[in-house]
Design a protein around this ligand. Sequence first.
Ligand SMILES: [Zn+2]
Length: 368
Amino acid sequence: MLRPVALVLLLLAPLGASAVETLRIAIEDTGSEVRVSGKGLASGPDSEDADFTPIASGQALIRRKGERLEVNGTLVEGDSVRFRAGVSNDSAAPGTEPLKAGAAQVRGDVVVRAHHRNSLQLINVIPLEDYLAAVLGSEMPVSFPAEALKAQAVAARTYALQKKLDAYSNDFHLGSSVLHQVYGGVNREDPRTRAAVDATRGQVLTYELAPIEAYFHASCGGRTESGFDALQRSLPYLRPVDCPCGKLPASRWTATLSDADIKAALRHPAQGLKVAARTRTNRVTRVTLGDGASMDGVELRRKLGYTRLKSLDFDLERTDRGYVFTGRGYGHGAGLCQWGAKALADKGREYREILSHYYPGAELQQLY
Ligand SMILES: [Zn+2]
């Protein structure tokens, strides 16, 4: 068990240590050259506390030279170089000015490193709290009540930190699939998401001293799913709990799929599609297709499409128009239910209570 030890080490790290508070996100692999620009641009070695040298033009052209890198025609030490923009004068967007790196526009620092073959890899180094403020609006509607947004902020912080510890010694902690959230989020930065992040600054959920795997989803339909049944993650704090979202009309859905739709998606006529098995929370784990063939529930959902088959908690009916799926909830169902968090917040519950409801046994800790 390496992770609890890693967390203890991080807890012992001095306050303000970048070891805890920054995330490294791989944003792009490019060819052998790339441009980085920004107001007050400076460059230095890949370290939080390094001295950075201003680049007067505000523009850098980075070229791969064998195993080393050249910045504006001058070779630099080592196989990576870090860029940072000047401090922003905009009080609405504190921190540094945004950087343009390749096709991306990001906050925080950008590291360019020699990657395999003759390519370059771009890594965005961003304070965890800024990252959360940026992505929270993509993860939950900003119109949700403040206590629900705070619960989501803690879940997202915990999730990111857990990923960071898993990949602690790697060059980056999160892959590029998260990038799209970052972009969507930066454009959607909102005072309400910033307030939820600030109010819970440094707070994470732990179990036996390690950050939990804080999965979340849009709505569970009335009862959350076990971590094992939803995601093959058998964890004590991911167990089914009742949820008030089941009473909301928003958690009900229907989808009608013609025989042709089904055949195209499954590559099988599936003339006798039937539910064959369910989990204890009623979610479908297996369907039969009618000729002896069968399919896993998760695979069925992937093939029919996550937006058509919003969850695996559905009833199935054969009609003249094809198959009618009548379902509850949206998403895999494990961990925090966002619509349930909204319903609990509307009833006056605060974010700590919401978190302990959806992650039973997990403890809220102040990490920094
Ligand atoms: Zn729910």
